[in-house]
Design a protein around this ligand. Structure first.
Ligand code: ADP
Ligand code: MG
Length: 359
């Protein structure tokens, strides 16, 4: 028999539960940014500006021109599991928004100092609110925590300061600010491509002179945004592919851009969106890489933008708190179709090197 003394079971304190949950969702500044960016897009924004200091660890700010948040919702805003996006579980089957868990702002408020400035179109003034551990808080000890009136444009500004101030080991694990900033830039760039037409920008605080590191315009096409973000050497060597299998049993619409032989990259760039969510899928990635290395001369590393619209009933978006993975039915068959579509376009394009392979 075990010599270990029996430990009694107790329910964890809510604060502890929420801080543990926050740690699962927000690993680093770029996770926080992804959540904030998705909220801005869910709010119907057409302009989104990101500002970062010290790789987002000192400060991460996002400003949008979306719907804004109703003043009376501000006390609830950062509570866990509070959302305006779904009401019942079945709503997940037809979800049209990025968000649904109502956990992002709550999580961020548990691991940083969070400030929200927001104004709806109908409101005469804007409101500024500060949060800590899910709740409204004053700026100084003893100060009234109520949201305060202020002047601001329509839309929402979220300011995240001192990320992981209360989780020292996580802050220490993220020492290199340049690495964190490049991850932020990567997320903004990928969303900018997928949401071409929405103007996005990203810059470091204090970098006003040298301008933004990324800037796209209202109404730009996908190719224009790819050029703005990844450069002309990429955008001018892309082929568009698409296949509509939405009425088949696969229930998927495939479309995207794939690079030909002329793009020189050190590693694969894959922008993968499934039902508009930026996700990762190693099986899709390795199958595409294999196509390139087996059919193209000099086995170039591909640049791929791939968007899959899958019948919502066939997709499970709720497999991971960060939503960076989704599961879908008929994965192998769908991947086959993707690879075939890209292969067709590589063979069809008038790149003589590819054509000569085919003959
Ligand atoms: P979720 O996105 O899953 O609903 P969040 O914690 O990310 O949960 O956000 C909580 C709620 O706050 C959202 O449902 C939305 O109503 C509101 N919200 C958050 N960010 C914005 C924003 N930028 N513009 C308008 N409303 C927002
Ligand atoms: Mg959200």
């Amino acid at each position: 028999a075990s010599k270990k003394k029996v430990s009694r079971i107790r329910k964890l304190d809510t604060l502890v539960i929420n801080r543990i949950a926050a740690g699962e969702i927000i690993h680093r500044p770029s996770n926080a940014l992804k959540e904030l960016l998705e909220n801005s897009l869910d709010a119907g924004s057409t302009q989104i500006q990101v500002l970062s200091k010290d790789g987002g660890m000192k400060m991460l700010q996002i400003q949008d021109n979306g719907s804004g948040i109703h003043k009376d919702d501000l006390p609830l805003l950062c509570e866990r599991f509070t959302t305006s996006k779904i009401q019942k579980y079945e709503d997940l089957e037809t979800i049209q928004t990025y968000g649904f868990r109502g956990e992002a702002l709550a999580s961020i408020s548990h691991v940083s100092h969070l400030t929200v400035v927001t104004k709806t179109r109908d409101s005469v003034c804007a409101y500024r609110a500060k949060y800590s551990d899910g709740k409204l808080t004053g700026s100084k000890l003893g100060e009234n925590a109520e949201p305060k009136q202020c002047a601001a444009n329509d839309g929402t500004q979220i300011i995240v300061e001192d990320l992981f101030y209360n989780i020292p080991y996580r802050r220490q694990a993220l020492k290199k600010t340049s690495e964190e900033y490049s991850r932020i830039l990567d997320v903004v760039g990928k969303y900018a491509v997928h949401n071409a037409g929405v103007a996005m920008s990203c810059r470091k605080l204090g970098n006003k002179v040298s301008g933004s590191d990324l800037q796209t315009n209202v109404g730009s096409s996908k190719l224009e945004v790819i050029q703005q973000v990844y450069g002309r050497s990429v955008s001018s060597n892309l082929f568009e592919f698409s296949k509509d299998l939405s009425t088949t049993n696969l229930g998927v619409k495939i479309n995207g851009y794939a690079s030909g032989t002329n793009v020189e990259q050190r590693k694969t760039t894959l922008l993968l969106f499934i039902n508009n969510r930026l996700v990762e899928n190693s099986q899709i990635k390795s199958n595409i890489e294999q196509l390139y290395s087996s059919t193209l001369p000099r086995s170039p590393k591909p640049f791929i933008y791939l968007s899959l619209l899958i019948k919502p009933q066939y997709v499970d978006v709720n497999v991971h708190p960060t939503k960076k993975e989704v599961h879908f039915l008929n994965q192998d068959l769908i991947i086959n179709e993707i690879v075939n579509s890209i292969q067709d376009i590589l063979f069809k394009n008038n790149d003589s090197q590819v054509l000569s392979l085919q003959n």
